[in-house]
Design a protein around this ligand. Structure first.
Ligand code: 3H9
Length: 700
């Protein structure tokens, strides 16, 4: 079937695009569209309408084509053909008109959209800029500031908002096709002029230099180290100061710079990795799903409350269970407070807040969970307590209910064994704050049923989470990998570094926060408490935890006590260095017989990032994660890893696995096997000169 068809109906030429699933601008679509426009110039049509079949208008350039040799006609050339048409062209937009798709619409002379449609230029999220005239045409229609906002945020806007910004000419509630045809008919009747956006001039007074400077500064902070946002600003500046064709040339040049950058490769990798992660190997697409129309949550603490909010936000009623009335009221109070903060920030209306709150009911009686479809346990992180909760759930919950644990470390199989229905038990590991963080690790136990896994993956989408499937091991994917990362940060500290140095190396790399600052945020006492009762062997070498232990024993627990590795301003929570900490580090180093030395930035970076990678490779070889891309998704959505690096495993591929393996072997010689044991998979791939991405393809 052809991806582009053309019909002539009463003087209107209708061009239909049909390239499932999202009408991406593949070579076939570009050529077909160009040909249809060219042919229509000489036929009896007086106006043209571009319509899309399926669920959406064009969702953009075909991202799978990037990185391959370009194929003619290019998208800018097709859009030039559209714009130069001597007959008016109307774009009829439903679903989403994104990126190159919206640029096609901007190349048309008019745009009609359904009220449910969204338009946007999300290229920045792929490390790109709108490269088919979007940076030049958007500010001409919507003004410079709105265009900068649209393109540097990458967030789509509603058709109503786009209408208010002149980006859409007419918004209709139903029957888009009829409305677009009627619009075209009116153009013919009125002999309306061809409205070419290129003919609009931008008033330079609307775009003072300070506006661009302000954006440059803000984005340098918000999107640290990223090229695309800065290049977008340069393109919009060109739109103001240069004639259209020169502006387009500038856009081409800066688009090419982005496209060939490792940043864009990393972000495009993430786009596909996120979608791939939602798929479960070996599970047929048609696996039946269990209903999730009501949810019970056990534990009304920060975690349980946050989880409850996700379901209430999705319109699913929640019963929140606490041990007694006092704890319950406290839990419900926290939820109310969180909603009030969101409402104050304008993220939801008062009516929406009331609607969400009405969906959360409290209870102190397990019997109230008898009829719910899904229960999520979010109680204290202790195996015996969790097992006890599951035994109780097993006694009251209806057959077929999914019983989930939010544990971060505990053995899901042991928890499942506390019930008579281990096939219904699964791990749903939310990340704190659970109403904000996008990641959801879904942990399948040995006996978890396929339909429970499939339902959990689907449910994650319903509550707007990014799901990643894991198997059972201590810490699953994300927290297990943290161990060598934090271990190396502590070793670097005692061997010669400082908290500031360690954090700045990782923050310059792009991490949202360095490991030492994260330890302070999480609370240093957590690890300390976990170590109590362990044998010396279980605790591991003293030099990995002696500084933390000493800090806790001084009452420095991290941010919550106002001091940890850093001290914290009580008002702003800004961190400050504390000479006392360095005195303590030096004393501990002495006690451990360590001669502190100068450590290069490169060694800092490699020891911490290679620690993550080596553990990630072990997770793959053990089958804990399905794919390297899944690990990348975990780190980017759950641990503040920079998206422009594509996650630890993509970063590993960009560095080269042989280099990483050789360096780890050298660390093993230097620091001992107790810290560095190279993964067998890493060794194999290094020897075969392969990447994790190649391995993933071979094992798809
Ligand atoms: C661009 O346009 C550059 C230009 O400015 C300049 C050029 C010179 N290409 O997300 P879903 C696949 S850059 C190829 O699950 P949804 C996707 O991988 C582009 N494939 O559905 C998935 O495949 P699979 C700017 C694409 O309903 C399937 O379609 N545009 C593309 O949840 C379904 O996707 C964007 O960045 C694509 N462009 O969401 C928009 N888009 O089934 C990117 C999707 O094998 N797309 N696929 O896993 C989206 O944001 C969402 O896909 C969309 C639908 C909102 C459209």
């Amino acid at each position: 079937m052809s991806v582009v068809t053309y019909t002539l109906e009463n003087e209107i030429g209708i061009i239909r695009l049909n390239n499932p699933p999202v009408n991406a601008l593949s070579l076939a679509l570009r050529s077909g569209l160009e040909e249809a426009i060219n042919n229509a110039q000489d036929d009896a049509s007086k106006a043209l309408v571009i319509l899309c079949e399926g669920r959406t208008f064009i969702a953009g350039a075909d991202i799978t084509e990037f990185g391959k040799p370009p194929m003619e006609p290019s998208l800018p050339a097709v859009i030039a053909t559209l714009e130069q048409s001597n007959k008016p062209i109307v774009a009829a937009i439903h679903g989403t008109a994104l990126g190159g798709g919206f640029e096609v619409a901007l190349g048309c002379h008019y745009r009609v959209a359904l009220s449910s449609a969204k338009v946007g230029l999300p290229e920045v999220k792929l490390g790109l800029l709108p490269g088919a005239g979007g940076t030049q045409r958007t500010p001409r229609l919507a003004g410079v500031e709105a265009a900068l906002e649209l393109m540097t945020s990458g967030n789509p806007i509603s058709s109503q908002k786009a209408h208010a910004l002149n980006l859409i000419d007419e918004v209709v509630d139903t029957d888009l096709e009829a409305a677009a045809i009627a619009f075209a008919q009116r153009l013919i009747t009125d002999q309306a002029p061809l409205k070419r956006i290129r003919d609009i001039n931008i008033d330079p007074a609307s775009a003072p230099k300070e506006l661009f400077d302000g954006y440059r500064k803000t984005l340098a902070r918000r999107a640290r180290g990223q090229i695309a946002p800065q290049n977008i600003i340069a393109c919009v500046e060109a739109a103001v100061n240069l004639p259209m064709d020169e502006g387009l040339a500038k856009e081409r040049q800066l688009f090419a710079e982005c496209l060939t950058s490792p940043q864009s490769a990393a972000m495009r990798h993430m786009f596909f990795a996120e979608r791939e992660a939602a798929k479960v190997k070996g599970l047929p697409k048609e696996t039946p799903l269990r209903p999730v129309n009501s949810v019970g949550i056990i534990g009304g603490g920060t975690m349980g409350g946050g989880i409850a909010m996700n379901f209430a936000n999705a319109g699913i009623p929640v019963t929140l269970l606490e041990i007694n009335d006092e704890a319950l009221q406290r839990g419900l109070g926290i939820i109310e407070k969180n909603y009030a903060i969101s409402a104050k920030k304008g993220k939801l209306s008062d009516a929406q807040m009331q609607q969400c709150l009405s969906l959360v009911q409290g209870s102190t009686d397990y019997q109230d969970l008898a009829e719910v479809d899904l229960v999520i346990e979010a109680v204290f992180e202790n195996l015996d307590i969790k097992k006890d909760v599951f035994t109780k759930l097993d006694a009251v919950c209806k057959p077929g209910a999914i019983l989930a644990t939010n544990t971060s470390y505990q053995d899901v199989d042991q928890i499942a064994a506390a019930t008579q229905r281990p096939q219904d038990v699964i791990g749903l590991h939310f990340f704190s704050p659970a109403n904000v963080m996008k990641l959801l690790e879904i942990v399948r136990g040995e006996k978890t049923a396929d339909d429970v896994i499939a339902t959990a993956m689907q449910m994650a989408k319903t509550i707007k989470k990014v799901p990643v499937l894991a198997r059972v091991c201590y810490g699953f994917i994300g927290n297990r990998m943290l161990q060598p990362y934090f271990r190396e940060s502590q070793l670097l500290l005692i061997e010669g570094s400082t908290p500031e140095k360690i954090d700045s190396v990782m923050e310059n790399f792009g991490m949202a926060m360095g490991p030492i600052a994260v330890s302070d945020l999480a609370g240093i006492d957590i690890g300390y408490k976990a170590r109590q009762g362990l044998s010396a062997e279980q605790k591991g070498p003293a030099k990995t935890h002696c500084v933390s232990d000493a800090l806790v024993e001084m009452g420095r627990l991290g941010q919550k006590s106002g001091a940890g590795f850093y001290t914290y301003d009580p008002e702003t929570r800004a961190r400050q260095s504390d000479p006392l900490v360095m005195e303590l580090v030096e004393a501990q180093a002495k006690a451990q017989g360590i001669e502190r030395r100068e450590i290069s930035d490169e060694e800092h970076l490699n020891r911490m990032t290679f620690g993550l990678i080596n553990e990630g490779a072990k997770i793959l070889e053990e089958g804990i994660a399905q794919r390297p891309g899944d690990i990348d998704v975990v780190y980017i959505y759950g641990y503040g890893y920079p998206v422009s690096r594509g996650g630890p495993m993509h970063y590993a591929d960009s560095v080269g696995l042989k280099k990483i393996y050789d360096t780890i072997c050298q660390y093993r010689e230097q620091y001992g096997e107790v810290f560095w044991q190279p993964s067998a998979l890493l060794k194999q791939l290094a020897e075969e000169n392969k990447t994790f991405a190649q391995w993933a393809q071979e094992n798809a």
